[in-house]
Design a binder for this molecule. Sequence first.
Ligand SMILES: Nc1ncnc2c1ncn2[C@@H]1O[C@H](COP(=O)(O)OP(=O)(O)OP(=O)(O)O)[C@@H](O)[C@H]1O
Length: 601
Amino acid sequence: MKKLVELITNTWVLGAFALAFAIGASFADIGTVQMWSFVLINILLAQSINLLTGITGQISLGHAGFFAIGAYVCAAVLKTWGIPFPLAFVLSIVTTAAVGYVLAIPAGRVREFYLAMMSLAFGLIVYELAREWRGVTGGIMGMRGIPSSQIGTLNLFGWTIDTVWYFRIILVALLGVMLALRNFVKSHFGRAFFAVHVSEIAAGTLGISQSATKRAAYAISGGIAGLAGAFYAPLVGYLTPESFGMMRSVEVLVMSIVGGLGSLTGQVLGAVVFTYLPQKLQAFNDYQYMAYGLILVCVFTLLPKGLAGLLKTRTRYCKFEQSDLGQGREAATPLTRRDVQGRAEPLIRIQDVTMEFGGLRALKGVSLELRRGTITALVGPNGSGKSTLVNVISGIYKPTSGHIWFNNEDIGGWPSFRVARAGITRTFQDPRNVPSFTVRENILMGANRLYLHGAVGAAFNTGAAQAEEMQFLRRVNALLDISGLAMHADDIIGDLPYGIQRLAEVARALASDPDLLMLDEPAAGLSEQEAEQLIKLIRMARENGVAVMVIDHHMDFLAGLVNEVVVLEAGEEIYRGDMEGMRSNSAVIEAYLGTEEACHA
Ligand SMILES: Nc1ncnc2c1ncn2[C@@H]1O[C@H](COP(=O)(O)OP(=O)(O)OP(=O)(O)O)[C@@H](O)[C@H]1O
């Protein structure tokens, strides 16, 4: 099955299919070709909502709003200005992308039910505008006289575009959009979009700006839906608000879910089914919506991954597979070697940092310096403020007061993505990988902050984009080898044991080539062998000049690994020095007394 799916989704095979349909359109009756065009428009719509909802995780209950804007803008400029229709299409795309970008500003700040309500409101506002802005849209009486392929009034520089040619134009545009989307999804942008979907906090610590990612997703998704609308207007030649109501938005979302959220191939299946199904169900007369509903319920319960689940295929989030990397090419070094000699000044200086949560002071004027090429352990009883300190340094919390000096800048209060881009990375107490990604894709995501090529390079899969991806994949390979994860490289990480997920998260943090690496209880739940691999990774980071801070309760693990220990108690530093001194320090013993950690210590 996998081979079959790979075959039918191969670019050349898809091209051959498209060519067959393009030629076949000359022999099919006009009604059939018109129907094919509707399928293509629905595929565009499904791809558009899939990018926003399936990949970026931003539910959209008002997607028909973008479709409507695209259609009305195209229709209005074609009717009133008489410009060539490709230009009208560009205007539709630009307008809907701009609307999407602006909508993302409020929508990007809310989640779940609030986001659903906001997107619903967007769809309703556009629908009401279409009904009430009679001067432009014709209101409920509709907009007539749009140059149409059906009645032969659509022209391009004197060439009349009939239904068959119009279908061919939509087909070419759709293929272009799908290829660009496929390239985009497999790039660091696709991985960033999905990272935001899974955990906005973790995405931030990988250098991914949550708000910029959402704005980009809304703009691209809006632009594609706008293009679908632009194609729709001359196809039907007549627009009424009823084509863009709430039902249309729901239909688009359902089409994408039934096809398989997240799957590009699934969207094609969903769109085909949902263009033909309502027609076929007309045979049930008054009961057609009941039959429609029943089919939906069955699909949702029996096929949780939609029709794409039947194909047993998954969307890849990486441009190359292991086999593409080639054997015997020069091995990459996993980290850039930082010169430590003669750099006595600390890499990061935490100065008098206080963090309050309401009335609770989790950190009380903590000061700390970390140097390149050293490992510092941060220990202390539960609730002493260790994770809070890591959260403050990594930009997840804004400190109530104090400074964090890094490269001569006070980064205290910077957003997490900015901190990560500056070279500070971390792992979490509970690993925050992307469960549906492979180990390789997860680790590659760590390199996100280092990519230089932009969205256009990613969509067109330029040579520079490929070279960069290849370069980071080689680094990932080196990290896979060092961490002992090579045999799991292409396994889905969510299916693997906890210890492997933890190791992969550490490898992912290292893939960002950080200056400062902070590990929050990295050894918890690891087997002895996995703990050894972890130690190897941490030592390798130190040898390359990375400053490492490790929170852990396991003194056996820390002993022999760290250069310095800092002990926190109730948000204050109570000890700083070596492991030996810590074991005999009375303040430390008192802090731990009666707790489980005392036994370890
Ligand atoms: N977001 C938050 N809101 C309110 N209180 C918080 C928040 N985060 C941490 N705290 C509180 O701050 C204190 C320090 O918590 P923190 O998680 O930093 O401790 P810790 O030393 O990492 O503990 P553990 O070893 O159990 O992880 C605790 O009292 C905790 O309840």
